[in-house]
Design a binder for this molecule. Structure first.
Ligand code: TRP
Ligand code: SF4
Length: 337
């Protein structure tokens, strides 16, 4: 029997290279060995974007196409939409009694996000909603509804998995053993630096290369990448270890990496041609993705079918979980007694 994996992603934008190398690449590998549920977390996205419902909806489809195009295989993976599994929302209500407000506010992920909101909107946090503070509870419902045993996440999500484990333990203690405690697994490459030299590539940092970017956009972004600032002239020797262009040659596994390194150190390589080579490599890297994306864009009905079928499969499983949960909580009135 394959173990069950569950992970989720918020539909708030297209995938960029940071997502790809930090998470998606790993998911594509995992889908062979696990029963994989990949959730497009639209309800969770609404905790942050409740006033932009059309934006969230548009991104559900965008993300689905992106994920299928990087190699998420609908024959292996259940790519489902969170809101189409309403059992998750029901479980969230039941679990909400098992978590104190103090514990939620102490959750490091929530704490950081609230601090970011305060910095961004300059308020004292009074506008933080109940839904937002409670999203770890809803995430615990995501995981347990599908009986996820393994949850691949980035380091920033570990406190949410811990919170889920606590809810599971408390539920099992009070109502009798029903739910499984999930184990997190960390991505082998947690984060990718931006072309600007920032430690992280991110949408809000404005330094991301999107998988969907066209050639001209990519060329422009790469031409603006941070190189060794000591190198002024074309034939100045430089240090590739402080150059983002070199970092990306490495990431894309350029087969001439050794040559790039040596020529750079010897002053035998100009940054412009080095960047042009990277643009070329990036286009080669993106070719399979682009091919699949073009296919799915032309066959959107197939994308919809994948989402509907997978959501139904996820729902079937979540219904079993909910039935067990309600039975343990004595909320089983349909049973004629
Ligand atoms: N909170 C996760 C993120 O922002 C997305 C997510 C939703 C998730 N549900 C999940 C991750 C369940 C793991 C398990 O990236
Ligand atoms: Fe970077 Fe290439 Fe310029 Fe060296 S030659 S500094 S690796 S862009």
């Amino acid at each position: 029997m394959k173990k069950t994996i569950l992970t989720g992603i918020r539909p708030t934008g297209n995938l960029h290279l940071g997502h790809y190398f930090g998470a998606c690449q790993n998911w594509v590998r995992l889908q062979d060995d696990y029963d994989f549920f990949l959730e497009i977390a639209d309800v969770q996205a609404l905790t942050d974007h409740f006033d932009q419902p059309e934006f969230v909806k548009k991104n559900v489809y965008e993300l689905a196409i992106d994920l299928l195009s990087v190699g998420i295989d609908p024959k292996k993976t259940h790519l489902f939409i969170q809101s189409m599994v309403p059992e998750i929302a029901e479980l969230t209500v039941f679990y909400s009694n098992l978590v104190t407000m103090a514990r939620l506010y102490r959750n490091p992920t929530v704490k950081t996000e609230i601090a970011q909101k305060k910095a961004l909107f300059g308020n004292d946090g009074e506008s933080v909603t109940y839904g937002f503070v409670g999203y770890p509870v809803s995430q615990a419902a995501d995981i347990t509804a599908l009986q996820g045993e393994v949850v691949p996440v980035g380091e920033d999500q570990l406190p949410l998995i811990e919170q889920c484990r606590e809810i599971v333990r408390k539920f099992n203690h009070i109502y009798g053993v029903t739910l499984k405690e999930p184990e997190p697994i960390l991505s082998p490459t947690p984060r990718i630096k931006g072309l600007d030299g920032n430690e992280k590539m991110g949408k809000s940092l404005g330094n991301a290369i999107y998988l969907k970017d066209d050639d001209a956009t990519i060329a422009k972004k790469i031409m603006g990448a941070v190189t060794d600032p000591q190198k002024i002239k074309k034939d100045d020797p430089a240090n590739p270890d402080v150059c983002m262009v070199y970092y990306y040659h490495k990431l894309l596994k350029n087969e001439n990496l050794e040559t790039v390194c040596q020529e750079c150190k010897a002053g035998a390589r100009g940054c412009v041609s080095c960047k042009k080579e990277l643009i070329q490599k990036m286009e080669e890297f993106l070719a399979p993705y682009r091919e699949k994306r073009a296919y799915y864009e032309a066959h959107t009905e197939e994308v919809t079918k994948v989402l509907m079928d997978s959501s139904q499969a996820a729902r079937n499983k979540a219904q079993q979980t909910l039935q067990n949960v309600k039975q343990k909580m004595y909320i089983d009135y349909e049973k004629v007694s």
